[in-house]
Design a protein around this ligand. Structure first.
Ligand code: AMP
Ligand code: MG
Length: 483
């Protein structure tokens, strides 16, 4: 594949049959203005650049560079249960960057103009939506959740029409790969078995080379994705994250969280919590995320069937067995994580009820999810007093006895501090910061990014970042896809 200057970008994706992509140039913006730049990430990835201006013009202005290999990816997907063909309607991969220690990342621009897959859309993005993605994805990274990363947000100088005119922006984001379950659904339904084979082989080579010589690589890939997605969604449950739009086109094969459109964080614990304005049936509610990911993995299995086994009945049997194993694996990993939040470091099914009883108390007493664990960990925050309720005291005694019998308080505390963040992107703080930034004041978003870069270290002077929003805000809060 041809290489391009500066990052030495590569284009391995273009080795796939050309129905998997459209070669397309990102829009050119004459005066892009960078408003957030992730210098820490630039250093981490050892992205070479002599000065910021060169980097920005390389990414956004196409200065003197060959852009003929940039591409938009074709895919399909189940959106709220309905199959549809899609594709990058407003995103373009400008190339793949290889770090000096040979880690490959797609560099993708989001909001950079129309593609073959834009359908009725304008291919553009608003400043507010791109700042939101930058802020939440970076917060997720520091919360130790696998995620796409954000490199920069730049105002394009254009206005974008939504319900009113907004400042337009571009986000540069990085992912190990943007291949998603929907890419396989596209291969299965819009391509031939050869296309599906080519995609599977490419994906395994790129993301999971360790399984390429296994007896049934397609089945191994299915199990791998089941495993990384279970780990990912368990991790979301740990921090109260609600993705909001777990359509199969938004589920990465690499196990990275991505597409931060209508996502939000739960405050008061309630598994039915949903903020997305279009999720009227609560399909992607907090407590439904395990069901949703299981359903999505089943769609992945469907897509892989012809290459799992040439005999359809055998293929189905092998795939079904993989789906049937989902629940036992999920429960083991989920309770293991929840017990770590309680400072218990052993796999102990007899202790699962301790978790369930706490969640029931949190639901009945309308306790803040993050702050309940903060109170148990550091005896601080909004929920400390509420734990004096008689029914909570009974649970507390049980928990303290469990800790005594399993490693002691010192060890438990350390483990709880690593599992329970003090600072999450509280929805009201995110909105306040975004509103200020879209009005030209970036102080709040910059401050929030700093606080959220160290979420497990409670600091008294930052206490107001732990305060849940007023109930009115919580009841009226709604998030939106795309925009
Ligand atoms: P999402 O819900 O953000 O994953 O988007 C679903 C689909 O809509 C994807 O194929 C996007 O590329 C496409 N899309 C979202 N917004 C736009 C837009 N403004 N212009 C074109 N396509 C879009
Ligand atoms: Mg998407």
């Amino acid at each position: 594949m041809q290489k391009r200057s500066m990052f030495n970008l590569d284009y391995s994706y273009l080795s796939l049959p050309n129905k998997f992509y459209q070669l397309v140039n990102p829009a050119l913006f004459s005066k892009p203005q960078t408003v957030l730049l992730n210098e820490v990430l630039l250093k981490e990835l050892t992205i070479p650049f002599t000065n910021k201006e060169d980097l920005i013009s390389f990414l956004l202005k196409n200065k003197g560079d060959d852009r003929t290999s940039s591409f938009a990816q074709a895919y399909a997907g189940h959106q709220f249960g309905n199959f549809t063909t899609l594709g990058d309607g407003r995103a373009i991969v400008i190339g793949e960057y290889n770090t000096p220690n040979n880690k490959r990342f797609d560099i993708q621009l989001k909001g950079s103009g129309r593609t073959l897959y834009s359908r009725g859309g304008d291919g553009k993005a608003t400043l507010k939506a791109m700042l939101r993605e930058y802020l939440i994805s970076e917060a997720m990274h520091h919360l130790n959740v696998t995620t796409s990363r954000s490199l920069l947000v730049a105002k394009t100088g254009e206005l974008v029409q939504r319900e009113k005119l907004h400042d337009g922006a571009v986000l540069a984001r990085l992912m190990k790969s943007h291949i998603r379950i929907g890419t396989f659904e596209y291969a299965r339904h819009m391509g031939t078995t050869e296309d599906l084979k080519a995609l599977t082989e490419y994906t395994i080579n790129r993301l999971y080379p360790e399984i390429k010589n296994e007896e049934n690589p397609a089945l191994s890939l299915l199990k791998k994705v089941r495993s990384v997605q279970i780990d990912l969604v368990v991790n979301w449950m740990r921090i109260g994250f609600i993705h909001g739009v777990m359509n199969t086109d938004n589920v990465s094969i690499s196990g990275e969280t991505f597409d931060y459109g209508p996502c939000a964080f739960m405050n008061v614990y309630n598994p039915t919590t949903v903020f997305s304005s279009i999720d009227t049936n609560g399909r992607y509610a907090f407590g439904n995320q395990p069901n949703s990911i299981k359903w999505n993995i089943a769609r992945f299995a469907d897509a892989l069937l012809p290459i799992i086994h040439p005999e359809p009945a055998t293929a189905l049997q092998l795939a079904q067995a993989c789906i049937d194993e989902f629940e036992p694996i999920w429960y083991e990993k989920y309770y293991e994580m929840m017990l770590l939040k309680l400072g218990v470091q052993k796999k102990a099914p007899e202790l699962y009820s301790l978790v369930d009883e706490l969640l029931t108390l949190m639901l009945n007493l309308k306790l803040d999810y993050t702050n309940t664990f903060l109170a148990l960990t550091n005896n601080t925050g909004s929920e400390v007093e509420k734990m004096a309720e008689p029914e909570f005291k009974i649970w507390l005694e049980k928990w303290k006895n469990t800790i005594k019998n399993s490693g002691g308080i010192k060890q438990a505390k350390k483990c709880m501090q690593e599992s329970n963040p003090a600072f999450i992107p509280r929805n009201h703080l995110v909105e306040e910061a975004l509103d200020a930034a879209t009005n030209g004041n970036f102080n709040r978003i910059e401050k929030l990014l700093v606080v959220l870069s160290n979420p497990y270290h409670y600091q008294e002077n930052l206490n107001h970042f732990t305060v849940p929003p007023p109930t009115v805000f919580e009841n009226e809060y709604a998030t939106y896809c795309g925009t």
